[in-house]
Design a protein around this ligand. Structure first.
Ligand code: SAH
Length: 290
C-alpha cells in the first residue's frame, strides 16, 4: 500500500511540477500502481542482453525499471513536452542506456530490439500491434484495453471473434496475464485494462506469404459483415477482394463452388462461425481468382 501511494504521489508531483494536464486524445493514462508495475516488469523476464522497445514511455514509470534490468531501452514518445520531462528525469537519475525518440511510433522505423514492454496508448492499439509483427523479436508484454485484448484472442463463434483475432491467429500466440483496473491509472480510464504476452510465430509451412496476403483480404471482407453468410459478405465487400462488379464475382464464386463442393458449404456459413482454417481454405481455393 505504502509503495502504491508513493508511485501515485511521485507521478502526480512530476506532472504538477511541470504544469502538465494529461491529454486523453493521446491515450495518456499513467500507471500509478506499483504492484502492477512490478508484475509487468517481471513478466518481461529481462536480462542484460535484452534490448527493449517501449512505446509511449510517458514520464518513465516503466522505462526506468526496464533500463535497470536490460542492456538498453528504446523508448518512443510522441508528446514533446512529456519527452523532455523524461529526458531530464533520466539524466537526473544517471540512466544512460535509454535511447529516447520523439515521434509517432506508428510512423517511425524501430531500431533493432528483441523484446517489447509497453503500457500502450490505446488509440493506436491496432496499427501498432500489426506494426510489431513486421519485426523479428522474441516476446512482447503489452497493456491494452481489456476489450481489445479479448478480441486479440477471440475464439470462433464468440462475440470477441473478430478481424483482429483472425489476423493474429497465424502470426502470434496471445496469452492473457492479468487484469488492471481503472484506479491503477491517472486519469482513470472508463474501462478495464489487461496485460498480455504476445509471442510471434512463423506461418505454417503449408501456408505461403502469398496465401496469407489473400487471407488478409478475405478476412477484411468477411468481417465487415460478421453475421452474414460468408458468400454474401464477400459479395457485399467485393471491393476488398478486388471486384467492382457484383455479377462478375458471383459468376466466379458459382464456378469455383461447382469445382469444389467444400467451398460451397463454407460460403454458406456465417462469418463468425468460420475458423481461421476455414477462411484460409476459402482464400486458397479462390487464390487464382481474387
Ligand atoms: N508508459 C507510461 C505512459 C502510458 S500512456 C505509463 O505506463 O505510465 C501512453 C503514452 O503514449 C503517453 O505518454 C502518450 O503521450 C504516448 N503516445 C500517444 N500516442 C503515441 C504515439 N503515436 N507514438 C508514441 N507515443 C504516443
Amino acid at each position: 500500500m505504502q509503495e502504491k501511494l508513493s508511485l501515485a504521489k511521485e507521478t502526480k508531483k512530476i506532472l504538477q511540477d511541470n504544469g502538465i494536464r494529461l491529454n486523453k486524445n493521446l491515450g495518456q493514462n499513467y500507471l500509478i500502481d506499483d504492484f502492477k508495475r512490478k508484475k509487468i516488469i517481471n513478466y518481461g523476464n529481462l536480462g542484460k542482453d535484452d534490448v527493449v522497445l517501449e512505446i509511449g514511455p510517458g514520464i518513465g514509470t516503466l522505462t526506468i525499471e526496464l533500463a535497470k534490468r536490460s542492456k538498453k531501452v528504446i523508448a518512443i514518445e510522441q508528446d514533446t513536452t512529456i519527452f523532455n520531462i523524461l529526458k531530464d528525469r533520466l539524466a537526473k537519475e544517471g540512466i544512460t542506456n535509454v535511447e529516447l525518440i520523439n515521434g509517432d511510433a506508428v510512423k517511425v522505423d524501430f531500431p533493432k530490439f528483441n523484446k517489447i514492454v509497453s503500457n500502450l496508448p490505446y488509440q493506436i492499439s491496432s496499427p501498432i500491434s500489426f506494426k510489431f509483427l513486421e519485426y523479428d523479436f522474441d516476446t512482447a508484454i503489452l497493456m491494452y484495453q481489456k476489450e481489445f485484448a479479448d478480441r486479440m484472442n477471440g475464439k470462433v463463434g464468440t462475440k470477441q471473434y473478430s478481424r483482429l483475432s483472425a489476423m493474429l491467429y497465424y502470426k502470434a500466440d496471445i496469452e492473457f496475464l492479468t487484469k488492471v483496473s481503472p484506479e491503477s491509472f491517472i486519469p482513470s480510464p472508463k474501462v478495464d485494462s489487461a496485460v498480455i504476452k504476445l509471442t510471434p510465430k512463423e506461418l505454417d509451412k503449408s501456408i505461403s506469404k502469398e496465401d496469407y496476403k489473400i487471407y488478409s483480404k478475405v478476412v477484411k471482407a468477411l468481417f465487415q459483415h460478421k453475421n452474414k453468410k460468408a458468400r454474401n459478405a464477400l459479395i457485399d465487400s467485393r471491393k476488398e477482394v478486388g471486384f467492382k462488379d457484383k455479377k462478375e464475382l458471383k459468376q466466379i464464386l458459382n464456378q469455383a463452388e461447382d469445382e469444389n463442393p467444400e467451398l460451397k458449404t463454407l460460403l454458406l456459413e456465417r462469418t463468425v462461425k468460420l475458423s481461421p482454417e476455414d477462411i484460409m481454405k476459402i482464400a486458397i481455393i479462390l487464390k487464382n481468382n481474387l
